[in-house]
Design a protein around this ligand. Sequence first.
Ligand SMILES: [Zn+2]
Length: 271
Amino acid sequence: MPELPEVETTRRGLAPWLEGQQLARIVVRVPKLRWPIPADFGRRLPGARVVALDRRAKWLLLRTDRGTALLHLGMTGSFRVLRDDRAPGLHDHVDLVTGAGVTIRFNDPRRFGSVLWTEEDPALHPLIAPLGPEPLGAGFTGDYLHRRSRKRGIAIKPHLMNAHIVVGVGNIYASEALFRAGIHPARAAGRVALPRLEALAGAVREVLTEAIRAGGTTLRDFYDGEGQPGYFAQRLRVYDRADQPCVSCGAPVRQMVLGQRSSYYCPRCQR
Ligand SMILES: [Zn+2]
Protein backbone atom coordinates (compact mmCIF):
# COMPACT_ATOMS: atom_id res chain seq x y z
CA MET A 1 0.00 0.00 0.00
CA PRO A 2 1.44 3.40 -0.92
CA GLU A 3 2.47 5.25 2.23
CA LEU A 4 3.13 8.95 2.71
CA PRO A 5 6.66 8.84 1.18
CA GLU A 6 5.34 7.17 -2.00
CA VAL A 7 2.56 9.76 -2.26
CA GLU A 8 5.00 12.62 -1.72
CA THR A 9 7.32 11.15 -4.36
CA THR A 10 4.38 10.86 -6.75
CA ARG A 11 3.57 14.52 -6.08
CA ARG A 12 7.13 15.60 -6.79
CA GLY A 13 7.16 13.49 -9.95
CA LEU A 14 3.89 14.87 -11.31
CA ALA A 15 4.11 18.52 -10.24
CA PRO A 16 6.51 19.70 -12.99
CA TRP A 17 4.18 18.26 -15.67
CA LEU A 18 1.02 19.76 -14.21
CA GLU A 19 1.72 23.04 -12.43
CA GLY A 20 1.01 26.03 -14.66
CA GLN A 21 -0.46 23.79 -17.37
CA GLN A 22 -3.91 24.01 -18.87
CA LEU A 23 -5.84 20.73 -18.88
CA ALA A 24 -6.91 19.91 -22.43
CA ARG A 25 -8.75 16.64 -22.07
CA ILE A 26 -9.94 14.29 -19.33
CA VAL A 27 -10.80 10.65 -19.95
CA VAL A 28 -12.70 8.71 -17.27
CA ARG A 29 -13.09 5.01 -18.08
CA VAL A 30 -14.86 3.75 -14.93
CA PRO A 31 -17.83 5.30 -13.11
CA LYS A 32 -16.49 4.53 -9.68
CA LEU A 33 -13.31 3.77 -7.76
CA ARG A 34 -13.63 3.67 -3.97
CA TRP A 35 -16.33 6.31 -4.42
CA PRO A 36 -18.16 7.35 -7.59
CA ILE A 37 -16.13 9.68 -9.79
CA PRO A 38 -18.25 12.87 -10.16
CA ALA A 39 -20.26 12.41 -13.36
CA ASP A 40 -19.23 15.78 -14.75
CA PHE A 41 -15.52 15.48 -13.81
CA GLY A 42 -14.49 15.01 -17.44
CA ARG A 43 -16.44 18.09 -18.53
CA ARG A 44 -15.46 20.46 -15.71
CA LEU A 45 -11.72 20.29 -16.06
CA PRO A 46 -10.86 20.88 -19.72
CA GLY A 47 -9.69 24.48 -20.00
CA ALA A 48 -8.85 24.74 -16.30
CA ARG A 49 -5.35 25.85 -15.36
CA VAL A 50 -3.45 23.91 -12.69
CA VAL A 51 -2.35 26.26 -9.94
CA ALA A 52 -0.50 23.69 -7.81
CA LEU A 53 -0.23 20.02 -6.97
CA ASP A 54 -0.20 19.80 -3.19
CA ARG A 55 -0.38 16.94 -0.73
CA ARG A 56 -2.36 16.59 2.50
CA ALA A 57 -1.86 13.27 4.32
CA LYS A 58 -2.07 10.72 1.49
CA TRP A 59 -4.30 12.94 -0.67
CA LEU A 60 -2.95 14.70 -3.73
CA LEU A 61 -4.70 18.05 -4.17
CA LEU A 62 -4.77 19.15 -7.80
CA ARG A 63 -5.62 22.82 -7.37
CA THR A 64 -7.00 24.49 -10.47
CA ASP A 65 -8.59 27.87 -11.14
CA ARG A 66 -12.01 26.12 -11.11
CA GLY A 67 -11.72 23.92 -8.04
CA THR A 68 -9.64 21.12 -6.60
CA ALA A 69 -9.45 17.46 -7.61
CA LEU A 70 -8.77 15.20 -4.62
CA LEU A 71 -6.77 12.18 -5.74
CA HIS A 72 -5.94 9.15 -3.59
CA LEU A 73 -3.87 6.11 -4.54
CA GLY A 74 -5.82 3.76 -2.26
CA MET A 75 -4.12 0.37 -2.01
CA THR A 76 -2.82 -0.20 -5.52
CA GLY A 77 -3.13 3.11 -7.37
CA SER A 78 -0.30 4.78 -9.28
CA PHE A 79 0.22 7.54 -11.81
CA ARG A 80 2.42 7.54 -14.87
CA VAL A 81 3.62 10.38 -17.05
CA LEU A 82 3.28 9.52 -20.76
CA ARG A 83 4.71 11.60 -23.55
CA ASP A 84 3.17 9.50 -26.31
CA ASP A 85 -0.42 8.43 -26.99
CA ARG A 86 -0.12 4.75 -26.18
CA ALA A 87 -3.37 2.80 -25.68
CA PRO A 88 -4.64 2.41 -22.13
CA GLY A 89 -4.33 -0.94 -20.37
CA LEU A 90 -6.96 -2.82 -18.41
CA HIS A 91 -6.63 -0.88 -15.13
CA ASP A 92 -5.89 2.56 -16.61
CA HIS A 93 -9.00 4.31 -15.32
CA VAL A 94 -8.39 8.06 -15.71
CA ASP A 95 -6.24 10.24 -17.98
CA LEU A 96 -5.48 13.93 -17.48
CA VAL A 97 -4.08 15.31 -20.75
CA THR A 98 -2.33 18.67 -20.58
CA GLY A 99 -2.17 21.34 -23.25
CA ALA A 100 1.47 20.31 -23.78
CA GLY A 101 0.26 16.85 -24.86
CA VAL A 102 1.44 15.00 -21.76
CA THR A 103 -0.89 12.32 -20.36
CA ILE A 104 -1.01 11.75 -16.61
CA ARG A 105 -2.53 8.26 -16.40
CA PHE A 106 -4.07 6.75 -13.25
CA ASN A 107 -3.88 2.97 -12.93
CA ASP A 108 -5.52 1.08 -10.06
CA PRO A 109 -6.11 -2.70 -10.26
CA ARG A 110 -8.04 -2.96 -6.98
CA ARG A 111 -9.96 0.32 -7.40
CA PHE A 112 -9.63 1.56 -3.83
CA GLY A 113 -8.23 4.84 -5.11
CA SER A 114 -10.29 8.02 -5.33
CA VAL A 115 -10.96 10.85 -7.75
CA LEU A 116 -13.14 13.51 -6.11
CA TRP A 117 -13.86 17.16 -6.81
CA THR A 118 -14.55 20.20 -4.65
CA GLU A 119 -15.01 23.88 -5.35
CA GLU A 120 -14.65 24.71 -1.65
CA ASP A 121 -11.42 24.94 0.33
CA PRO A 122 -10.21 21.29 0.26
CA ALA A 123 -9.08 21.66 3.90
CA LEU A 124 -12.79 21.74 4.79
CA HIS A 125 -13.62 18.57 2.83
CA PRO A 126 -15.16 15.94 5.16
CA LEU A 127 -12.40 13.44 4.32
CA ILE A 128 -9.65 15.97 5.08
CA ALA A 129 -10.98 18.25 7.82
CA PRO A 130 -10.70 15.68 10.68
CA LEU A 131 -7.07 14.79 9.93
CA GLY A 132 -4.27 15.47 12.40
CA PRO A 133 -1.16 17.52 11.53
CA GLU A 134 1.42 16.60 8.90
CA PRO A 135 4.38 14.69 10.39
CA LEU A 136 6.81 16.89 8.44
CA GLY A 137 4.99 20.12 9.32
CA ALA A 138 5.82 22.58 12.08
CA GLY A 139 2.81 21.51 14.19
CA PHE A 140 4.13 18.00 14.85
CA THR A 141 6.39 18.28 17.89
CA GLY A 142 7.08 16.50 21.15
CA ASP A 143 4.94 19.12 22.91
CA TYR A 144 2.05 18.39 20.60
CA LEU A 145 2.36 14.62 21.14
CA HIS A 146 2.57 15.22 24.88
CA ARG A 147 -0.67 17.24 24.85
CA ARG A 148 -2.44 14.60 22.77
CA SER A 149 -1.31 11.62 24.82
CA ARG A 150 -1.80 12.58 28.46
CA LYS A 151 -4.12 10.20 30.32
CA ARG A 152 -4.26 7.95 27.26
CA GLY A 153 -3.94 4.26 28.10
CA ILE A 154 -3.62 3.21 24.46
CA ALA A 155 -0.24 1.79 23.39
CA ILE A 156 2.03 4.41 21.83
CA LYS A 157 2.34 2.61 18.49
CA PRO A 158 -1.37 2.52 17.49
CA HIS A 159 -1.64 6.04 18.96
CA LEU A 160 1.06 7.22 16.54
CA MET A 161 -0.68 5.45 13.65
CA ASN A 162 -4.00 7.19 14.36
CA ALA A 163 -4.62 9.78 11.60
CA HIS A 164 -6.45 12.02 14.09
CA ILE A 165 -3.18 12.33 16.06
CA VAL A 166 -0.79 12.63 13.10
CA VAL A 167 -1.23 11.60 9.47
CA GLY A 168 0.90 9.35 7.34
CA VAL A 169 2.74 7.27 9.94
CA GLY A 170 2.11 3.73 8.66
CA ASN A 171 3.09 0.47 10.31
CA ILE A 172 6.66 0.29 8.99
CA TYR A 173 7.47 3.92 9.85
CA ALA A 174 5.87 3.68 13.31
CA SER A 175 7.98 0.59 14.12
CA GLU A 176 11.18 2.18 12.87
CA ALA A 177 10.58 5.53 14.60
CA LEU A 178 9.84 3.87 17.96
CA PHE A 179 13.06 1.87 17.66
CA ARG A 180 15.09 5.01 16.96
CA ALA A 181 13.46 6.79 19.88
CA GLY A 182 14.01 3.80 22.21
CA ILE A 183 10.33 3.50 23.12
CA HIS A 184 8.61 0.13 23.55
CA PRO A 185 5.65 -0.03 21.11
CA ALA A 186 3.25 -1.31 23.80
CA ARG A 187 4.04 1.39 26.37
CA ALA A 188 0.96 3.43 27.30
CA ALA A 189 1.02 6.69 25.32
CA GLY A 190 0.15 8.65 28.44
CA ARG A 191 3.19 7.30 30.26
CA VAL A 192 5.86 8.43 27.79
CA ALA A 193 7.65 11.51 29.13
CA LEU A 194 8.10 14.72 27.14
CA PRO A 195 11.81 14.32 26.26
CA ARG A 196 11.08 10.86 24.82
CA LEU A 197 8.15 12.23 22.83
CA GLU A 198 10.46 14.91 21.46
CA ALA A 199 12.84 12.15 20.37
CA LEU A 200 9.89 10.31 18.83
CA ALA A 201 8.66 13.30 16.82
CA GLY A 202 12.23 13.74 15.53
CA ALA A 203 12.51 10.03 14.67
CA VAL A 204 9.22 10.10 12.72
CA ARG A 205 10.47 13.06 10.68
CA GLU A 206 13.79 11.30 10.12
CA VAL A 207 12.41 7.97 8.84
CA LEU A 208 9.89 9.68 6.55
CA THR A 209 12.48 12.10 5.19
CA GLU A 210 14.91 9.25 4.48
CA ALA A 211 12.18 7.31 2.65
CA ILE A 212 11.25 10.35 0.55
CA ARG A 213 14.90 10.87 -0.30
CA ALA A 214 15.20 7.19 -1.34
CA GLY A 215 12.08 7.66 -3.49
CA GLY A 216 13.71 10.41 -5.48
CA THR A 217 15.99 7.82 -7.03
CA THR A 218 12.99 6.06 -8.64
CA LEU A 219 11.75 9.17 -10.46
CA ARG A 220 13.64 8.65 -13.71
CA ASP A 221 11.71 5.45 -14.52
CA PHE A 222 8.51 7.24 -13.59
CA TYR A 223 9.14 9.97 -16.18
CA ASP A 224 9.79 7.34 -18.81
CA GLY A 225 6.28 6.04 -18.21
CA GLU A 226 7.48 2.55 -17.39
CA GLY A 227 7.97 2.46 -13.68
CA GLN A 228 6.20 4.01 -10.78
CA PRO A 229 7.56 5.22 -7.48
CA GLY A 230 7.88 1.92 -5.69
CA TYR A 231 8.58 0.95 -2.13
CA PHE A 232 11.76 2.53 -1.18
CA ALA A 233 14.89 0.63 -0.56
CA GLN A 234 15.36 1.91 2.93
CA ARG A 235 17.37 -0.10 5.38
CA LEU A 236 14.89 -1.19 8.03
CA ARG A 237 16.31 -1.65 11.51
CA VAL A 238 13.52 -3.66 13.18
CA TYR A 239 10.55 -3.99 10.82
CA ASP A 240 10.14 -7.57 9.51
CA ARG A 241 13.33 -8.64 11.32
CA ALA A 242 11.86 -10.99 13.97
CA ASP A 243 14.56 -13.15 15.66
CA GLN A 244 17.38 -11.35 13.82
CA PRO A 245 19.96 -9.48 15.94
CA CYS A 246 19.21 -5.87 16.86
CA VAL A 247 21.50 -3.59 14.82
CA SER A 248 22.32 -1.70 17.99
CA CYS A 249 22.74 -4.30 20.80
CA GLY A 250 22.54 -7.72 19.12
CA ALA A 251 19.53 -8.99 21.11
CA PRO A 252 16.97 -10.84 18.95
CA VAL A 253 14.28 -8.54 17.54
CA ARG A 254 10.82 -9.49 18.77
CA GLN A 255 7.45 -9.40 17.11
CA MET A 256 4.10 -8.72 18.74
CA VAL A 257 0.62 -7.81 17.53
CA LEU A 258 -0.70 -4.38 18.57
CA GLY A 259 -3.96 -3.00 17.23
CA GLN A 260 -4.06 -5.97 14.80
CA ARG A 261 -0.76 -4.95 13.24
CA SER A 262 2.58 -6.73 13.49
CA SER A 263 5.04 -4.73 15.53
CA TYR A 264 8.77 -5.33 15.73
CA TYR A 265 10.97 -4.09 18.53
CA CYS A 266 14.17 -4.70 20.46
CA PRO A 267 13.35 -5.74 24.04
CA ARG A 268 16.67 -4.32 25.26
CA CYS A 269 16.80 -0.98 23.40
CA GLN A 270 13.11 -0.09 23.68
CA ARG A 271 11.57 0.55 27.09
ZN1 LIG B 1 18.74 -3.56 20.78
